[in-house]
Design a protein around this ligand. Structure first.
Ligand code: SF4
Ligand code: SF4
Length: 306
């Protein structure tokens, strides 16, 4: 093995690209539940399943070349964090990453249930910062994918030189299994990261409803102070300078570009090749911020949180 994910994160600007809402999993706590997946998307899913040749994506999305050109023409090196939905169900996903990773740095958020051999054979890890893999244990097993299958995939990626981070959502019925699964991955040299569940379960609202016992199981495995604060506190930076909009953008599935996931100020559309970034730093104008990437990458000063 010659090439590896880079040691240093070097980039000019960040794009949080929510590539799609479509997913082969149906996690009960999914933020993009069926009510949020638009009628059009659900109809497209249905058509694709019934008549694969009529892939509706063919007419809905830009090509890898167009997307690559969009970023290249800015003259900047972007750190593009791709998430979904499940990115690997997106047509030509491997080609898109291949094209983007020629010049830009990429992280891929995935449930890693679909085959990855093509990805490994076509893409060099030298511009792939990491795979951010979500375990989603209950849904993984319900779909007939095993923990062993996931373990063998992350080992394959590591052997091919890719950095891999793995998170485990603390959905209440899955908390008791965390220590056993943690050990299984630890034995192979991986450290699972705990991620809190947000939502209702058993008539209670989480994360508030976690008991002391629950927290003992996973609190120390939440990776950083910023993650802990974003998990349990209502972080706010209203009125605090933030470089989002200038150095960080969010791209939505339809291509629209906004300042960040919380501030919907429109800054253009990737599929139309249009983007107008802020020329100078502006204050945050929204009441809440859970954008740990913006905080960790220094867009806003964590110490100024309210
Ligand atoms: S894998 Fe992610 S996007 Fe897919 S259903 Fe689960 S939480 Fe939602
Ligand atoms: S502080 Fe957070 S919510 Fe406010 S603009 Fe920055 S990234 Fe967006």
């Amino acid at each position: 093995m010659n090439e590896k994910s880079p040691e240093k994160k070097e980039y000019d600007k960040i794009a949080m690209w929510l590539l799609n809402l479509e997913c082969n999993f149906r996690c009960p706590y999914c933020f993009y539940d069926d009510s949020q997946r638009s009628m059009k998307t659900r109809a497209a899913d249905w058509v694709r399943k019934k008549v694969p040749a009529l892939d509706p994506y063919k007419t809905r999305f830009a090509t890898p070349e167009e997307i690559g050109k969009f970023f290249d023409e800015t003259g900047k090196r972007w750190y593009i964090q791709i998430s979904g939905g499940e990115p690997f169900v997106y047509p030509k996903f491997v080609e898109i990453v291949k094209r983007l990773s020629e010049k830009h740095l990429i992280t891929i958020g995935t449930n890693l249930s679909l085959p990855i051999d093509e990805f490994i054979s076509k893409i060099s890890p030298k511009n792939i910062w990491s795979f951010y893999v979500s375990m989603h244990l209950g849904e993984r097993e319900r779909q007939g994918f095993s923990v062993e299958d996931l373990l063998s995939k992350v080992k394959k990626l590591r052997e091919a030189g890719f950095r891999v981070e793995i998170n485990y959502v603390m959905y209440p019925p899955l908390i008791p299994r965390f220590p056993e699964i943690y050990k299984k991955f630890e034995d192979e040299g991986f450290e699972l990261q705990a991620k809190v569940f947000r939502g209702a379960y058993g008539g209670k609202l989480y994360p508030k409803a976690y008991t002391e016992e629950d927290r003992k199981v996973f609190y120390d495995f939440i990776p950083s102070e910023i993650d802990r604060a974003a998990s349990f506190d209502n972080l706010s930076f209203t009125g605090v300078p933030c470089t989002a909009g200038m150095n960080l953008i969010r791209i939505n599935p339809g291509g629209s570009i906004t300042r960040c996931p919380h501030d919907r100020e429109r800054l253009g559309n990737m599929f139309k090749g249009k983007m107008k970034l802020h020329k100078k730093v502006k204050n945050c104008v929204v009441p809440h911020c859970k954008c740990t990437l913006a905080i960790k990458e220094g867009c806003v000063d964590f110490r100024k949180r309210k």
